[in-house]
Design a protein. Structure first.
Length: 161
């Protein structure tokens, strides 16, 4: 496996952490409310399950692209599909695909490890709605930023009138 690919996947996981928090942060905070030693076990089980799931799906995706590549040699009709899927493929075999996605899961797991702690801390402030307000503010900010980049930098010309 290429070190640069592993590092890129790890950084992408770190950068994509806010998305993961938006998707799974509430579930992590719910698991974080379990008392005592069960709390650590629940959160570690969740992170381990994520790591295993991402790794397995990365391996399946890489194997599928490999298999489709072989199939395109046998059928010219599948070559356009192969070309389209090959652009999203990062690795050449199942083990490298699994390791790449494991690196991504580790990177995004940093945010998912921090999110339950932050959400539970915000719950104790005032009436407990600060976590919801902060999540809404983050969503509004990132949505506005994405729209601005798309319009101001001509990233999405089909959106312009």
């Amino acid at each position: 496996m290429q070190t640069s690919l592993a590092l890129t996947a790890l950084v992408m996981g770190l950068a994509g952490g806010p998305h993961c928090v938006a998707m799974c942060g509430a579930a992590c905070a719910g698991m974080g409310q379990v008392a005592g030693t069960q709390q650590s076990r629940a959160l570690l089980s969740f992170q381990g399950g994520r790591l295993l799931g991402y790794s397995l799906m990365g391996g399946v995706a890489a194997f599928s692209v490999q298999a489709l590549g072989w199939l395109t040699l046998e059928s010219a009709a599948l070559r356009p599909v192969w070309s389209m899927l090959h652009v999203a493929a990062l690795t050449g075999n199942a083990l490298d695909g699994a390791l790449t996605m494991a690196c991504f899961a580790l990177g995004s797991g940093v945010s998912l490890g921090f999110a339950p702690w932050l959400m539970l801390k915000l719950k104790t402030l005032g009436d407990g709605t600060w976590g919801i307000r902060l999540a809404g503010l983050a969503l509004a900010f990132t949505s506005g930023w994405g729209l601005w980049l798309g319009l101001a930098h001509n990233q999405a010309p089909w959106c312009a009138v």
